[in-house]
Write a protein that binds this ligand. Structure first.
Ligand SMILES: C[S@@+](CC[C@H](N)C(=O)[O-])C[C@H]1O[C@@H](n2cnc3c(N)ncnc32)[C@H](O)[C@@H]1O
Length: 228
């Protein structure tokens, strides 16, 4: 499983359940440098760890929204919120392809290992752009391919999906940059934080390992800014 990178101090801020429920591939809260008074939206909030950490960072005066499409995850997140005693939080039911918030509403969009799951990534990115205020930041963690994924045999891409449990249809780093620029974002940057050794991907051997060595899978911080 590709999993998060929270410090012990951050884990200590949360109910054990929320910390254990992380299914992410990075720590977008660390990436986003949040300030009191800001409004944050987490796309695909799962058990709510990043929403709860963000809510603490934007208090007083700020708010953190978590958006998820499954009732099960929303229930878990609301239980974790109650246990953490954090009030400036709202968990919304909906899809990241059609965010149930008005235009120009949030300062920061975060997300942890979710956008790769969408079959409509350009819509997700344009929804993030729409709900961000002018000057707002897009600061997410996701999994990317470093190279041209079309060069991978289909069986290898499938093995990567099965192994990770949360990667399907990961973009190439260059595709991510292109989608963000096309949506209107400035200051687009993809920073690789961890490259997964091909030998670690269960079910791969021989030539398939070599194929994945040529097009490795990595976790990355992906940043961009909506123009003022
Ligand atoms: C891999 S988990 C990551 C959860 C959380 N971000 C974390 O780091 O622990 C993916 C989450 O995204 C949600 N999700 C996946 N696709 C979605 C979509 N299109 N719209 C809304 N939520 C989605 C799932 O329900 C699940 O809670």
């Amino acid at each position: 499983m590709v999993c998060g990178s929270y410090s012990e101090a951050e884990r200590g801020e949360l109910p054990r359940l929320a910390a254990d429920a992380s299914l992410g591939c990075g720590n977008p809260v660390a990436l986003a440098t949040l300030s009191p008074g800001e409004v944050v939206l987490d796309l695909g909030s799962g058990g709510g760890i990043d929403v709860l950490l963000s809510a603490r960072r934007v208090a007083p005066g700020g708010k953190a929204y978590g958006l998820d499409m499954t009732d099960e995850m929303l229930e878990l997140a609301r239980r974790n919120q109650a246990e953490a005693g954090v009030e400036n939080v709202e968990f919304l039911k909906g899809e990241i392809e059609a965010v149930p918030l008005p235009d120009d509403h949030v300062d920061v969009v975060i997300s942890n290992c979710v956008i790769n799951l969408s079959t409509e990534k350009p819509r997700v990115i344009s929804e993030a752009f729409r709900v961000l205020k002018p000057g707002g930041r897009f600061a997410i963690s996701d999994v990317v391919f470093l190279g041209e994924k079309d060069k991978l045999p289909p069986g290898v891409a499938r093995s990567v999906e099965l192994w990770s449990g949360c990667i399907s249809g990961a973009l190439e780093a260059k595709e991510y940059e292109a989608l963000l620029s096309q949506a209107g974002f400035d200051d687009v940057a993809v920073e690789v934080t961890h490259t997964y050794p091909p030998e670690q991907v269960a079910g791969l051997a021989g030539e398939d390992v070599e194929a994945l060595r040529a097009v490795p899978v990595a976790s990355a911080f992906i940043r961009a800014r909506k123009p003022e």
